[in-house]
Design a binder for this molecule. Structure first.
Ligand SMILES: C[S@@+](CC[C@H](N)C(=O)[O-])C[C@H]1O[C@@H](n2cnc3c(N)ncnc32)[C@H](O)[C@@H]1O
Length: 298
């Protein structure tokens, strides 16, 4: 795993994580947009109010980080859905012939989606399990705590992690510089969704692909009722019993309830100029709620 640091980075030698413009507590230090949803679910539309809610969400993920892997292990199908999204992404992305594949995992968290992305890229023929010509994978996340969990895992040298907000990171990338981008459970947490998707369209090489995975229940009353039931009967009560971050779990409920419909995400992709959006269907009891959309750069 690469262990580089930016000039503005805090200097903890041996850290696996590069910090670019976001302090360890997740506060943006470069004034750029951060995720704009408060733990209470209040969406922040624009302007100077963005910083405090952004800090709170990253802070909540920092606190949740040590138990995050155990928590998602309780969610049947979580890893399988990530694998399926990563495989769908790779099935759409053109493999480069003369260089390693360059891929990114936005909102990579503790690295579960990064591992799925690396495996799928290797399976698609980008690199080998022995590491030869391995895909170059960058995991990006605003939470230092989540990245610390990711960094504890074993990664090949071609994998690195960057602590910053996804939109800032995308804006810093050259045009046509990435072959594939996965964003699992990121888009719901940002207010500047069109800006993120526009940046994705800009940074992908022609033939590159994107996969956006998230919970979405808007426009699907049965899925909405199921989501409300699961949250109020299981997820939030369990958070109370386990003394984990109840506001973060309430935020999870509200952010999914209020998130884009699949159709709106589809429209965001096409409006940004990405071609042929395809809806990947998942299996299991969450199939009406977890959705992935893939699209390609023309
Ligand atoms: C629910 S976790 C998902 C993690 C991982 N993708 C997975 O599937 O296991 C969402 C992650 O997105 C990160 N996140 C939220 N908003 C972000 C933003 N604007 N920029 C970068 N990361 C963000 C959070 O810190 C958190 O680690």
């Amino acid at each position: 795993m690469t262990t580089s640091m930016s000039s503005s980075a805090s200097s903890d030698p041996g850290s696996a994580v590069t910090h670019t413009g976001v302090a360890p507590n997740g506060v943006s230090t470069n004034g750029s947009a951060q995720n704009g949803s408060a733990p209470n679910g209040a969406a922040v539309a624009n302007g100077s109010l963005l910083k405090v809610p952004a800090w709170r969400l990253a802070d909540a993920f920092d606190r949740a980080a040590p138990s995050y892997d155990a928590m998602v292990a309780l969610s049947p199908g979580y890893h399988e859905q990530l694998r399926r999204s990563a495989q769908a992404l790779m099935s759409r992305a053109a493999l480069p012939v003369d260089r390693p594949m360059r891929v990114a995992d936005l909102g990579c968290g503790s690295g579960a989606s990064t591992a799925a992305l690396l495996d799928a890229a290797r399976s698609a023929g980008a690199g080998t399990a022995s590491g030869a010509n391995d895909p170059v994978v960058t995991g990006v996340d605003a939470s230092a705590g989540m990245l610390a969990e990711a960094a504890r895992k074993s990664w090949p040298d071609s994998v690195s992690f960057v602590e910053t907000d996804a939109l800032s990171w995308l804006r810093a990338q050259p045009a046509a510089s990435l072959d594939a981008v996965l964003a699992a459970y990121l888009l719901r947490n940002v207010t500047e969704r069109d800006a993120i998707v526009a940046e994705l369209a800009r940074v992908l090489v022609p033939g590159g692909a994107v996969a956006l995975q998230d919970y979405s229940v808007a426009g699907r009353p049965l899925a909405g009722a199921l989501w409300a039931g699961v949250c109020h009967a299981v997820i939030i009560p369990l958070a109370v019993i386990n003394r984990s971050d109840v506001p973060l779990h309430r935020y999870l409920y509200r952010s999914v309830r209020d998130f884009d419909s699949v159709e709106v995400i589809h429209d965001r992709l096409t409006r940004a100029g990405l071609a042929d959006p395809q809806h990947v269907r998942h299996s299991g009891w969450q199939r009406s709620m977890v959705h992935t959309l893939t699209a390609v750069a023309p």
